[in-house]
Each structure stands twice: as C-alpha cells, then as structure tokens.
Design a protein around this ligand. Structure first.
Ligand SMILES: [Zn+2]
Length: 683
C-alpha cells in the first residue's frame, strides 16, 4: 500500500472521528448563552426594575441561561426574552403565579385523568385483557411534556421569574417561609433539568434490562441438595432472588425444624453475591446443585463442570451507574445520582439520612432486642436472623366471623362508597369534612387487591379500588380498603383543601403511606370490635425496629457503593463485585458483628433493588421512621382534626413538614423510645 493511500485513509478516519465527536458534542446540548449576554440582560433588567429586584433578576437570567439552547434562539434573542418576560415582584408577580398555577392544574390534572382512564381496562374488572389494553395502559401521554414546555418557552417564563433553591436553602430558609414563598419555591423546581430524549431512553433501557435480569433470576428450590444429596424443599418451588428467597426464609421461622432450610437459603444468597453460583442453575431445573460444596450434578449423581455466573449482576449494577452518570450534566446543582436521589427525590440530604441510620444502627436498643430474639429462638443468632419475624401479635379474633360481619355490611362497592362519611366520622372528622371528602372519592371494583389514585385537578374524584367478590367484601378486603381510604382522604384533603395548587400532595410516598396505615390499624375499631392483645402495640414497635435495623444496613451498603462508583468511574464488573463485598462486610462489622457474634458477613449485599432500582433502598428505612413517627404522634389523639391539620402543609420538604406535624424533625427517637417501653413488657 502506498503512503498516499495510507494518508488518504488516515484523513478519512480522522474526519469520521471528528464528525463523531461533533455529534457527541451536539448531543451534550450546552447552552449558547455567554457571560456577555447574561451581563447585558442583567444590566437591562436592573435599569428597568432597580437594585431591589437584583436577587430575582440574577437568579432568573442564570436559570434561563442554564437551559437555553441553540434551538431556543440566538444570544440576542435570549436577552430580548429576559427583557420582555421578567415580572416585577408584588401584584404583577402574584397574578403571573396565579395564571401559571391555573395552566399547571389544567395540564397535570387532565394528563393524570387521561392516564387513569387509559389504565381502566387493566385496573378494573372489565372482562378479558386484550393486547390493545396493554398498549394503551402503558402509554404515557405526558412523556414529552417537559420538552414541549421548554420548546414553547413556558418553562423559561417560570425559570426567569421564580428562583430555584437548593435543598440546603430550602431547609434553612424554609422554616420561616410563608405559604406564598413555599409555593413560589416549589414552582421553580418544576424545571430542574432538560434532558435529551435519547439520554432518558438510555437510562430507561438500563432500568429495563436490570429489571429483566432480576425478574428472571429464579432458583428452583427442590433442585438444591445438601452433602447427603438430600433435598429440603417441595417439588416445583421456584423462588425469585432475593425477595422470594428471603420470604421463604422468613416463613420458616414458624417451624423449629426448618433451620437447615434457612441455612441452605443463606448459602445460596452468598453464592449469588459472590457470583460463584453456576450460571445454569439460574432459572433452570436441569441440574441438582449443592450450594455448600458448589458441586453441580447431572442425571442425579454425575458431577459436572460448573461455570460460574460471569459477574452479570455487577455488570447490570455498573450499567445503571454509567447511564445515570450521563444525566449529571443536565441537572444544574444536582450533578450526581446521589444528589438527585436524595436532594431532589427524597429532599432529605444524604448526610442527614446517613446520620439517622448510623444513630439507630449503633443504638443500645439493638443489643437488647437481639437478646430477646435470641431467647425467642433458643439458639445463638445466625446472620439471616436479620429477617426474624417473631414479633407479630397473634389475633384472637376468628376471621370467618369477621368475614361474616364485613360481607353483611358491604355486599358491593356502592355500600362501601356510601359508608365513607360514616367511617370518617368514626375517626373523628367533623360532619362537614366527612361529607365534603366522601363525595370526592369514587369506589371501583378492582382486578387486584386494591389501590388508590388521587386526582390532580379539583374537578375529578380520587379513585379507591377494592376487590369485592359476588358474595360481598371479606375482612382481608376490608382491611386493604381501609388502607386505601387513608390514601384517598389524604389525596382529597391535600388537593381540594390546599391553599396553593403548587403545594398539593405530601412530601413523598412515606407520608401518604403513614396515613394509610393509621386508617388500616383502626379497621377493627371501625367494625366496633376491640383488639384484645395488650401487647399488640409493643410487638409492633419491636417488629418495626428489627426490620428497620435490617433495611438500614442494606441501605448503607447501597449508598456507600454508589459513592465508591463515583470515585471509580472506570471500574470493571469484577472490581465492583469486590467493592460491594468489601462494603457489605464493613457495614456488617461496624453495626452487626458484635450483636450477632459473627464477623465478615456479606449478606447485606443481596438486595435486588440495588440492581433494578438504583438507590431506592433508603426509602424503605426512611419510610419506616416517618410512618412510625406520625402513627406514634396520632396514637393518643383524634385522627380526623390532626390529619386535616397535618395535610394542610402540603408538598413542602419532609423535615419542615414533620416539624409542623409533630413538633420535631424526622428522627429515630420515637421508635427507640417505643422499643424501650416494649422491652419492659415483652419477654
Ligand atoms: Zn399504601
């Protein structure tokens, strides 16, 4: 080959690479607004509105500039946009806010209603599910809404006029904000990012493949053998990792002789974490497998060569990291997945969450409750006893009797719907509120066990879905329906009784769940029956404490692994595996080793959420605390007026909401205190 041709190929290659790089750059979608244009906009606006507006002007022109792309106009057009659309504080701004609130309620309200209705064939008893039901049920009509609102510059008008505040600022300033200030701050956080569709797609694809991997990760339990080639589980028992394995392990506490089964499940879990599990026992019943020796058998006894799973678990994990990292550039001030997950998602900082978890994990109550677990089990603790289930109150009431009462009371959905105001009266709501809320809740017959969906515009009703058979509602159905009613009452109060639409709702799902559980816990009372177990409350506190102790450890692992990945962005799946194992051991050694008398346990690395729902786990732990704190506060109070008062705060940040609701921030103290009380009584 002549040098000429060589050069030619080289030039072609170079231009392809340059083209490729340009393509990447255009995909990055950087703002085209330079400092000079920002300065020009600033000077124009200060000249027009004066120094008194400097704070808002500076925030506004920067917030617009952050997201202003070539497709939105030239730098001159940016300056013109700022000049023409900035609104002075006071009456003018109030009237702009009102208009935006009006448009938001229409937009979100009708999109929500459309989604609810499109899902009806899937959610309600409407006969066979057709393929078209699945297509329209998963269709998201508002998928491109944010994009559209940037394109027509609605987003820019909001960003120009309403300063956005960081979580730190919301926490510090928020305590003294009035309702209007909260509403304005919330409005600005509507537009935190402008993510290109292809990047969102990549993140979704990673989640979908993680989800597929986990959904198809089953272990066929009757193919597990011990060293005597003995199987321990019934024919056909196929369990998904980790939920199915964990729940089977939990269920085995009911029978003392089942310890070997628990040990075997524990062994399987460790093989999964270490990726030593033979790849062809996943989702397959072809071979017998001894999880202790890690031997694989064909045709009953013939030992065959086992190929281990090739770190796929950690490849999936890493894939989530890499795709989520692509979002970093598009979220000003929220440039890591941790920040988006904590500051934006939960609105409690990572540091605060970690400190709370640390406080509870290290609390002296842990050792005392562990002693109780040990004495109930009559043996030394094993690592999997983090899932001990023995703190459940045993109901003395006959369920068949309850079914009879409930069936007579609620033969169909109409009967339940007509009784909502009555139920609310029993919970202490006033006549007026009970009637007002009840007529804004519609009860439907659902396919599943039940769920609740709130409306997003003061025009439609909240939907309570419950399953009622031909011969009426069962007690179990009632128990769930009352839970869903708690959601619907919250949803209605926080929409219809909210002073600013922007603040409708509660800070996050833990808060609505708290109200749902408050209702659910009073189900017998609503039927006029007394729960006669005097230890019920204490057992519940111990049960919540022990499961919170478990999930906090697991959450700590998840959080530390994400920080590790950001520090090692180019790691391989094998390196990530080592990191997860080491972090799981560290967390165990710090908070569990002394309590259990065993070191270097890796079990906290088993949760599947880490693979299919990045950094979701801390929600459970935080949710336990929030729910316990609210329930504990309401324990000796009348639910109705208190709930109405709490709900009026709306969607402000969790810490300020809680402070307003119970007089203190989110804290582990109420749970620790309840455990101290319970330890005096439960033996
Ligand atoms: Zn719920």
């Amino acid at each position: 080959m002549s040098t000429k041709i060589f050069k030619f190929i080289f030039v072609i290659l170079l231009s392809i690479i340059t083209l490729f790089m340009e393509d990447l750059q255009s995909q990055e979608r950087k703002t085209i607004v330079d400092d000079a244009s920002k300065k020009e906009a600033m000077n124009l606006l200060i000249a027009k509105y004066g120094e008194a507006e400097k704070f808002r002007i500076e925030k506004g022109i920067n917030q617009v500039a952050e997201f202003w792309l070539e497709e939105d106009g030239t730098a001159e057009e940016y300056v013109k946009f700022c000049r023409d659309n900035f609104t002075a504080s006071g009456v003018q701004l109030e009237s702009l806010y009102d208009r935006i609130e009006f448009f938001n309620e229409i937009t979100f309200g009708y999109f929500t209603e459309m989604s609810i209705k499109l899902r009806q064939p899937l959610d309600l008893e409407m006969g066979d599910i057709k393929p078209v039901d699945l297509i329209m049920g998963s269709f998201n009509p508002s998928a491109h809404l944010t994009d559209d609102l940037f394109k027509n510059k609605y987003a820019f008008i909001v960003l120009l006029n309403f300063p956005r505040y960081s979580l730190e600022e919301r926490t510090q300033l928020g305590m003294n904000w009035n309702r209007q200030e909260w509403a304005y701050a919330r409005l600005a956080s509507m537009f935190n990012a402008r993510v290109p569709a292809d990047i969102n797609q990549k993140v979704n694809d990673a989640y979908t493949s993680g989800d597929n991997y986990i959904s198809n990760y089953n272990i066929v339990m009757n193919k597990l053998v011990d060293d005597e080639m003995k199987t321990h589980f019934p024919e056909g028992l196929k369990l998904i990792s980790h939920w199915g394995l964990r729940d089977e392990l939990k269920a085995r506490y009911a029978n003392e002789g089942d310890l070997p089964k628990q040990e075997m499940i524990y062994q399987v879990m460790q093989r999964i974490i270490r990726q030593e599990i033979p790849e062809n026992v996943v989702n397959s019943d072809q071979y017998l497998w001894n999880p202790y020796s890690n031997k694989l058998y064909k045709n009953g006894t013939e030992v065959i060569n086992a190929v281990r799973e090739q770190d796929t678990r950690y490849e999936m994990f890493l894939n989530n990291f890499k795709t989520n990292k692509l979002l970093d550039d598009y979220y000003p001030g929220l440039n890591t997945h941790m920040k988006r997950s904590f500051d934006l998602g939960r609105e409690v900082s990572e540091k605060e969450v970690e400190d709370m978890f640390d406080e509870m994990l290290k609390s002296p109550q842990v050792k005392k409750v562990a002693q109780l677990v040990k004495s109930k089990l009559g043996r030394d603790l094993r690592p999997f006893d983090i899932w001990f289930t023995g703190f459940k109150s045993k109901s003395k009431i006959d369920e068949a009797e309850l079914d009879k009462i409930v069936k007579a009371k609620y033969p169909d959905v109409e009967a339940f719907e007509n009784d909502i105001d009555n139920i609310m009266l029993k919970l202490g709501f006033s006549d007026e509120i009970a009637e007002y809320v009840a007529e804004k809740i519609r009860v439907d017959n659902s396919r599943g066990a039940g769920h609740a969906i709130g409306a997003a515009i003061k025009e439609f009703k909240a939907r309570l879905r419950t399953r009622i058979g031909k011969d009426g509602m069962t007690y179990k159905g009632f128990n769930i329906a009352v839970h869903e009613l708690g959601h619907c009452v919250e949803q209605t109060l926080t929409l219809y009784k909210m002073d600013y639409y922007t603040l409708n709702g509660v800070p996050n799902t833990s808060f609505t769940e708290a109200f749902a559980f408050v209702f659910q816990a009073r189900d017998l009372e609503l039927l006029g029956i007394k729960n006669e177990d005097p230890l019920a409350e204490d057992l519940k506190a111990l049960d919540i404490f022990w499961s919170t102790y478990e999930i906090m450890g697991v959450s700590m692992v998840d959080m530390k692994v994400w920080n590790w990945m950001y520090a090692h962005p180019d790691c391989t799946p094998a390196e990530l595996k080592e990191a997860v194992i080491n972090i799981a051991k560290d967390v165990w050694n710090k908070y569990y080793a002394d309590v259990f008398g065993i070191k270097d346990v890796i079990l906290l690395g088993i949760y599947s959420h880490m693979i299919d729902n990045p950094l979701y786990l801390p929600n459970y732990a935080l949710g336990h605390l929030i729910q316990f704190q609210i329930e504990d506060y309401l324990k000796d109070k009348t639910v109705g007026p208190e709930m109405q008062r709490m709900c009026a705060a709306g969607n402000i940040i969790p810490q300020v909401w809680m402070h307003n609701a119970v007089g203190s921030n989110i804290s582990v103290n109420p749970l620790l205190h309840a455990v101290d009380e319970a330890l005096k009584k439960v033996k």
